[in-house]
Design a binder for this molecule. Structure first.
Ligand code: ATP
Length: 247
């Protein structure tokens, strides 16, 4: 499935040459806990690194903290110990507003629950990341048309989310995460609601994006079909992250 080209992301002055040589994502001994006395530990000692152009799948038992881990990578959740560093930028040094700006520029996120805005049509939902980056006009419309086509939703741009099936909504969420060609794509079960054929096509699309644009892709999944296509599969446990050997 072809994936259309987008204009290059604006250069980011906060990322210096030294940082570019580092992994795109570095997670160092991360620990997530809830409550105080006694604290309940979701995971601890979680470390990993992801390079540009690399596809890493994260697997693990239900409830082990995969979505939480992804939210920490996105700076959408907090952690009690350790570091999350993106291209040299330690997320814990950014305040809430700076994290929001950072996310707009650097991140695409496909949430398990889609988070599609019900009052905007499909094209407007997909264009949101471009609008938030201050991009307007015909170039945006063309880019939205390209990603709609790439996810197999050609001609559905004028529909409201309530007029779509679950699988179509999932593809809207994927198109919105890809539209601004972010350097890092985080996806939480992005093929969970799709039939096997469409799931394969979506994985083709995510992989093409990863390879062609040197985007890093971190994908949380229970699907061994999806995990098998990754460069590396990591298993999250309460005690850390380790390479998965069973797939
Ligand atoms: N506010 C909270 N207080 C205490 N524990 C919480 C809270 N929010 C989430 N948890 C716990 O954190 C753990 C991790 O949840 P998370 O959704 O990240 O797991 P997951 O591995 O993605 O699960 P699944 O595969 O079922 O989607 C769960 O055991 C959950 O009960």
């Amino acid at each position: 499935m072809p994936f259309a080209a987008a204009s290059a992301a604006p250069s980011d002055p906060t990322v210096d040459a030294t940082a570019r040589a580092a992994p795109l994502v570095l997670v160092d001994r991360l620990a997530k806990r809830y409550g105080q006395v006694p604290a309940s530990t979701v995971f601890e000692q979680v470390s990993c690194a992801v390079q540009p152009g690399e596809f890493v799948a994260v697997v693990g038992d239900s409830g082990v903290g995969k979505s939480t881990f992804l939210n920490c990578l996105a700076g959408l959740d907090t952690w009690q110990q350790g570091r999350v560093v993106h291209a040299g930028v330690d997320l814990s040094t950014l305040d809430e507003a700076q994290r929001a700006v950072w996310r707009r520029r650097h991140l695409g996120f496909v949430f398990q629950a889609f988070h599609v805005l019900p009052h905007l049509d499909v094209a407007q939902n997909i264009a949101l990341p471009l609008m938030l980056l201050g991009r307007r006009g015909a170039e945006n419309r063309e880019r939205v048309r390209q990603v709609l086509q790439a996810v197999g939703l050609d001609g559905l741009g004028g529909r409201l989310p309530q007029q779509l099936s679950g699988g179509q909504l999932q593809r809207v969420a994927i198109a919105r995460a890809l539209v601004h060609a972010p350097p890092l794509l985080l996806a939480d079960e992005p093929t969970g609601n799709l039939d096997p054929g469409t799931a394969r096509q979506i994985m083709d699309l995510l992989l093409a994006q990863t390879r062609e644009r040197q985007t890093a892709l971190v994908l949380v999944t229970h699907s061994m079909d999806a995990a098998r296509r990754a460069d590396r599969v990591l298993r999250l446990t309460a005690q850390g992250m380790r390479p998965e050997t069973d797939c």
